[in-house]
Write a new protein. Structure first.
Length: 496
């Protein structure tokens, strides 16, 4: 403030005050270009910090007074004490304009306009869900997967998705627990060969809803009996043979063992086969009718009370001189691991045996077998092994009995640890190539291709080979099979 005094010659005087306002050379706040941005509807976010975009010669950044204006009620925009811009959207998409004004301590202001594009994010994405079968005799079941493992979202974690389900509640009741396990309960067990539809829904945090493919549930009149791996029955042609209980090798999910009916059919008229039914145990009774020797086959059938039938091919080795019997088989541990159990079965005469275990052309060493059953006419050893690499595994065992008779058996398995890019399995003879497609496979899943020669009496005049493909998870997997071997000229081969 300046005070001016004017005096004339009389002298008389007068005074006045002048206020001088001192401003910077550039008095206006300098706003660098505020960034346009894109956000999702039904979301909350911090767009940016205004202090990062302001420069003023008279006022500190934190003392700038910011205001804003916009023309829609479908959004909420505010500026907190730290000059962060808080942006909240609801049910709106498209572009909205927001005008930001900065005023400094000397009363000068500047403005900039920001365009915010509001878009709708992607809905949850479902994997393809497989159809289901339920036995009317097992009215309660739980699916082998959780819904959070079959659906994912681009922004919302699977654990935060809200799942729902629709079905015909007069037929089926479905409960989803907090872990999204799916529990099924039949409402009327009199339904047989009935089909009902199930659809699942998933909603993300932004209210996007996605519907799964329609899952067809078929109610059947009981599951068929399921056969495990049977041993090779070996004995001399001067004696008869009675097996162990067939119930140990066959299981029916919804029928007690005591209600299963076993029958057997011999493929050779020189080998008599009969099922002996004792309380709680059905066994095979085998009698050579002539001095035969070699490999023979039986067709063993199991039928439950609902009329469901399952068949199993049984191998019988008959010899003039009874050598130590050896049968290598395996059992895949179902579930979340890659473990397989090698099973060695013999006739009770084994005094010692050794084994060698190979991966491709490399010797891995030997497996540690444990004797799990010892009977006068039966010995069973077990050796667990967990796969860590793909390739062809081969196990060779050399057995010796008390009379120094020897026997050798081997088992070759082509193993693959699948990945989402797809892959292939090649049989031990390289004659069969199985390719599986690109897909999402379960963690720790394995595929095993087993090839073994058919050494019995041929069904047709050509060499036969048996192939089997297995996995430690129960699921439908598509394979493309390519046969590269040569036939005997008949150009005939088939797969079962």
């Amino acid at each position: 403030t300046l005070t001016l005094i004017a005096t004339n010659i009389i002298p008389l005087s007068d005074t006045t005050e002048i206020v001088v306002k001192v401003i910077p050379h550039n008095p206006y706040p300098q706003i660098s270009i505020l960034p346009d941005t894109t956000v999702y509807w039904h979301s909350q976010s911090i767009l940016f910090d205004l202090d990062d975009f302001i420069l003023d010669e008279s006022t500190a950044d934190q003392d700038i007074d910011w205001t804003l204006t916009y023309d829609t009620d479908a959004i909420d925009v505010s500026i907190n004490d730290a000059h962060q811009v808080l942006f909240t959207t609801s049910d709106i998409t498209g572009a909205v304009s927001i005008i930001f004004t900065a005023e400094n301590d000397v009363g000068y202001s500047a403005s900039d306009t920001v365009i915010v594009l509001i878009v709708q994010d992607e809905p949850p994405d479902w994997e393809h869900l497989l159809n289901i079968e339920m036995s009317r005799l097992l009215p309660n079941d739980t699916l082998s997967y959780r819904l959070i493992d079959r659906c994912e979202d681009d922004l919302t974690s699977s654990g935060s998705l809200v799942f729902g389900v629709e079905t015909d509640t007069t037929i089926l009741k479905i409960v989803l627990d907090s872990q999204t396990n799916v529990m099924l309960e039949l409402q009327d067990t009199s339904f047989v060969d009935t089909i009902t539809a199930i659809t699942f829904s998933a909603e993300d945090e932004h209210y996007n809803i996605s519907i799964s493919n329609t899952v067809t549930l078929t109610i059947i009149n009981g599951f068929a009996p399921e056969w495990g791996t049977l041993p090779v029955f070996s004995f001399g042609n001067d004696t008869s043979y009675q097996s162990g209980c067939l119930e140990e090798w066959c299981d029916d999910p919804d029928t007690p063992d005591s209600l299963l009916n076993f029958t057997v059919e011999s493929t050779s008229q020189d080998l008599y086969a009969e099922v002996i039914d004792d309380p709680g145990c059905s066994s095979l009774w085998l009698v050579p009718l002539t001095e035969i020797q070699g490999t023979y086959f039986l067709i063993l059938r199991a039928e439950d009370v609902q009329g469901n039938i399952s068949s199993k091919l049984v191998i019988v080795n008959i010899s003039d001189q009874v050598l130590p019997s050896a049968d290598l088989s395996y059992f895949i541990t179902p579930g979340l691991n890659r473990r397989l159990h090698f099973i060695l079965t013999s006739d009770g005469s084994i005094a010692d045996f050794t084994n060698s275990f190979f991966l491709d052309d490399s010797l891995l060493g030997s497996l540690s077998f444990s004797l799990i059953d010892q009977q006068p006419e039966l010995q069973i050893w077990n050796a667990p092994y967990s796969f860590t690499a793909s390739g062809e595994y081969k196990l060779i065992v050399d057995l010796t009995d008390d009379s120094d008779n020897t026997a050798v058996d081997s088992l070759s398995l082509s193993v693959d640890l699948p990945n989402s890019e797809g892959g292939k399995l090649i049989s031990s003879s390289a004659k069969l190539l199985l390719q599986y497609p690109q897909a999402e496979y379960l963690e720790n899943q394995i595929f095993i291709l087993n090839e073994r020669p058919y050494t019995g009496e041929p069904f047709i005049d050509t060499e036969l080979t048996l192939y089997s493909i297995e996995s430690n998870f129960s699921a439908d997997i598509a394979f493309v099979a390519t046969f590269t071997g040569e036939t005997d000229g008949s150009n005939y081969y088939s797969f079962y």
